[in-house]
Every structure is written in structure tokens, then in C-alpha cells.
Design a protein around this ligand. Structure first.
Ligand code: TYD
Length: 203
């Protein structure tokens, strides 16, 4: 089973991904928690260029290409082998992030982004995606205190609003796969809701 977590900055998806990993591991299942961008040596280099190195400014298309390169490397080297082995993979951000951040947040041609994103998945699409949704001002407030802000964290409020709306639009298009979760609640309450969706899926 392949589970992904998506949402704007400060939506708490990384915390929830860890809780799901603990929950499923406690059931005796083999679970692998990973994230994008940044798997492996190539992923680390790409992550640094995309998120941290402020001396490098990327054209929107170049940025799209790098996220797709990172994904191909991640799917081929890690995600697919684990799934083929019958293990569970939980990924903190995956292809929906590229569709939304590069396709809607940035000025890229949407059809081109969609085509490249589908290619970059190498046929590996999540079974369930949790979209942790909350108002942009709440998310930005939560990350306000973070020390190591990425280039994306520092984007405009308008950018983050486009991203949030983009995720919500995707969710409307694919309600079977993408579960909308109200992230403006206590961690434990959100975790319970996510667990019950996963339990239903497992059963
Ligand atoms: P990260 O530091 O991993 O933080 P978080 O996932 O907690 O927000 O930052 C990853 C950033 O990269 C995030 O701002 C979203 C962005 N991103 C894209 O723009 N496109 C993508 O395809 C992916 C996977 C991430």
C-alpha cells in the first residue's frame, strides 16, 4: 500500500505521517516513511538546489524538471522496490505537490506539468492521499517560528493561496483517492480520523 500526505506549509502533514508510520508498525506491518524532494545522493543535491541555495534562482520549467528528476530517482530506487516487496510506503509529499506547486503556483503550462508528472511516477500512483487542509494564514503562522525556512516557505501569501486552492481542486476531481482532512484541529483528533480511513482501506 502506498500512502501520501499533501498540504500547504504548516499543515502538519509530517507529524501525521510519522503517527501513521508508528500506528501501522505497531500492527506488525513493514512500513517505510520517506519524503520528497530529497531521496538518496542525487535527491539531496536536488533538494539543496530547489529549497535551500538562495544563490540559485530557477526558471519555473527548470524547477519542474528537477522535481520530476527527483521523483524518478526516488520511485525507481526506493518506492517501487518496497511496494513490489509487499511493504507499505508512506511519502510526505509526492506527485500532487508537483501538479499544484509547479502547475498552479508557478507559471508553467498545466498540460505539460500534468504529462511530466505522470511520467515521473513510473506508473506508481498512491492508493490513498491525505490532503491536510487549513487556511493559509494559519499554516504560515505555524511555520513563522521555524529557523530553517526554505525558498518555498518565503513565497508570497498569494502563492500559498493558489497552492491551497489547487489542492482542493485536485481533491474534488479525485475524491476516491484524495481524502480531505481538516487540519485546523488538534493533532490527536486528526490522527484518529486518518487511522479510521486507513483501517477501512486495510479491511
Ligand atoms: P519541506 O522542507 O520538505 O517542507 P514541507 O513538505 O514540510 O512543506 O519542503 C518541500 C517544499 O517543496 C514545499 O514547500 C513544497 C515544495 N514542493 C514542490 O514545489 N513541488 C514538489 O513536487 C514537491 C514534492 C515539493
Amino acid at each position: 500500500m502506498f500512502i501520501t500526505f499533501e498540504g500547504i506549509e504548516g499543515s502538519g502533514k509530517s507529524t501525521q505521517a510519522i503517527l501513521v508510520e508508528e500506528y501501522l508498525s505497531a500492527k506488525g506491518l513493514k512500513v517505510n516513511l520517506t519524503r520528497e524532494p530529497g531521496w538518496g545522493k542525487l535527491g539531496e543535491l536536488i533538494r539543496n538546489v530547489l529549497l535551500d541555495d538562495r544563490e540559485i534562482t530557477l526558471d519555473p520549467f527548470a524547477e519542474l524538471c528537477l522535481f520530476c528528476t527527483d521523483r524518478v530517482n526516488h520511485v525507481k530506487g526506493y518506492i517501487k522496490p518496497k511496494l513490489d516487496n509487499g511493504e507499505i510506503v508512506i511519502c510526505d509529499r509526492y506527485h500532487d505537490s508537483t501538479l499544484v506547486y509547479q502547475g498552479i503556483g508557478r507559471d508553467n503550462e498545466r498540460d505539460l506539468v500534468a504529462a511530466m508528472v505522470m511520467k515521473s511516477c513510473l506508473g506508481v500512483i498512491p492508493d490513498i492521499t491525505f490532503l491536510l487542509d487549513l487556511p493559509v494564514n494559519c499554516g504560515l503562522q505555524r511555520i513563522g517560528a521555524r529557523k530553517n525556512k526554505t525558498k518555498f516557505d518565503s513565497e508570497s501569501v498569494a502563492f500559498h493561496k493558489r497552492v491551497r486552492d489547487g489542492f482542493l481542486e485536485l481533491c474534488k476531481q479525485q475524491p476516491q483517492r484524495i481524502k480531505l482532512i481538516n487540519a485546523d484541529r488538534q493533532v490527536e483528533i486528526i490522527a484518529e480520523e486518518i487511522k479510521s480511513v486507513i483501517d477501512n482501506k486495510i479491511n
